[in-house]
Design a protein around this ligand. Structure first.
Ligand SMILES: NC(=O)c1ccc[n+]([C@@H]2O[C@H](COP(=O)([O-])OP(=O)(O)OC[C@H]3O[C@@H](n4cnc5c(N)ncnc54)[C@H](O)[C@@H]3O)[C@@H](O)[C@H]2O)c1
Length: 371
């Protein structure tokens, strides 16, 4: 299998952090289990500088994971990429550039995994739907909603019927201000905390309840990021209605303080006519502090190196996609591109509501319904 990874940033290789990222270590970890001896990873970078950084990080990751094959990871500039040279593609670049890369990969009939949100507008959804119409029927498309592999969410899914008829869902999700101001400084002004964090839990609620959003109302605040020269929302509060008669309330932000003990503060609560299910997904029951390190509350289940193996639900979702491409896995757990269109249209509706201050219906029209 020839795998192309487009993007070499934080999520691919941990760039800008002390960590090793998720996508590249998972793809390298996969080399230990792959049955095809021709497995090769190419990372597409936008500049010579990011190529150099990627080489260094890739060597560190291989050494950490004790993968000796130094021909396993190759690196190329974006301009040198010919999509037809590959079997599969993982897209991990800023949201506004997803459509262009997905289009090129679909035209070359690659299997594709794209990080969330798939795209950001309904027009881009229609563009993808049109391309899918001309694609081979067995092409694999998936959006990287790794929370589907978090056993906390799977436990909610297994027990949701216990709480009767669902009334409402509450979601709290926030990350530190280094996200918009440092890690994503180049593109945070084209996104917002809801667009960045919200898609995951919209997908999880759909996955658990089999319901679809029908309309949204959102408000937001622009204070801290704006004072630092980035014109985007600090926090967003939204209400999303669903077609199975329940409601959801959202409190989303990316300006948590620098001493917040968790990188991802995340909680979800389902309230039904017979009971409640609550998951505190920040407090995973482990704390660390020392003379040299402030109090932290890490999430040991997302994606981490344990000894020389890379594990966690973030890793699981990448390995799941690669196993589907390889054929060693046949049952797809991640949603396809077509199944993720309502997710995109919900993000777009929230963005519209933030600007107009009005209730915005979520459009489920698909390409072909246009006339
Ligand atoms: N960081 C995370 O934990 C995380 C988790 C899940 C999903 N994501 C998603 O992954 C995507 C990228 O996030 P990141 O954290 O790696 O961001 P990043 O800013 O650290 O890296 C972005 C990468 O994209 C490249 N790039 C930018 N424009 C490009 C273009 N037009 N063509 C090709 N490459 C281009 C940059 O050179 C860089 O390598 C975003 O959509 C984000 O929502 C991130």
């Amino acid at each position: 299998m020839k795998l192309l990874i487009v993007g070499s940033g934080m999520y691919v290789s941990g760039r800008g952090t002390d960590e090793i990222g998720t996508i590249l270590p998972a793809a390298i970890e996969f080399s230990k289990h792959v049955t095809n001896p021709n497995y090769q990873i190419t990372v597409a970078c936008t500049s010579l500088e990011s190529m150099e950084q990627l080489w260094i990080r890739s060597d560190i990751i291989r050494e950490d994971l004790r993968v000796k094959d130094d021909a396993l990871v190759d690196c190329k500039l974006m301009d040198e990429i010919n999509y037809s040279d590959y079997d599969a593609c993982i897209v991990a670049i800023p949201d506004k550039n997803h459509f262009e890369v997905i289009s090129s990969a679909l035209k070359a009939h690659l299997d594709i995994l794209c990080v969330k949100p798939l795209v950001t507008t309904h027009e881009e959804c229609w563009g993808i739907e049109a391309l899918l119409t001309d694609s081979p029927k067995d092409i694999i498309t998936a959006v990287e909603f790794h929370k589907r592999f978090d056993k906390s969410n799977l436990t909610i899914r297994e027990n949701i019927n216990l709480i009767g008829d669902l009334l409402n869902v509450n979601v709290e999700y926030s990350q530190p201000k280094t996200i918009p101001l440092k890690h994503f400084k180049k593109w945070s002004g084209t996104s917002n905390p809801f667009q960045y964090l919200g898609p995951h839990y919209i997908d999880i609620i759909s996955y658990i309840t089999h319901a679809k959003p029908t309309g949204v109302k959102a408000v937001g605040q622009k204070k801290y990021c704006k004072s630092k020269g980035i014109d985007t929302y600090d926090s967003v509060q939204a209400m999303i209605e669903w077609d199975k008669g329940f409601n959801s309330m959202w409190d989303i932000s990316w300006v948590d303080d620098l001493n917040s003990p968790s990188f991802s503060n995340q909680k979800i609560r389902f309230h039904g006519t017979k009971g409640k299910i609550e998951a505190d997904q920040s407090n995973r029951g482990i704390t660390i502090h020392s003379d040299d390190q402030k109090y932290t509350q890490p999430n040991p289940y997302f994606s981490k190196k344990y000894g020389s193996s890379f594990r966690g639900y973030g890793c699981d979702s990448i390995i799941h996609f690669l196993s589907l491409v390889e054929g060693s896995e046949t049952s797809q757990l991640l949603p396809t591109f077509a199944e993720s269109m309502t997710n995109v249209k919900t993000i777009e509706a929230v963005n519209n509501s933030l600007e107009t201050n009005e209730y915005v219906p979520v459009d489920h029209k698909i390409y072909g319904d246009l006339n």
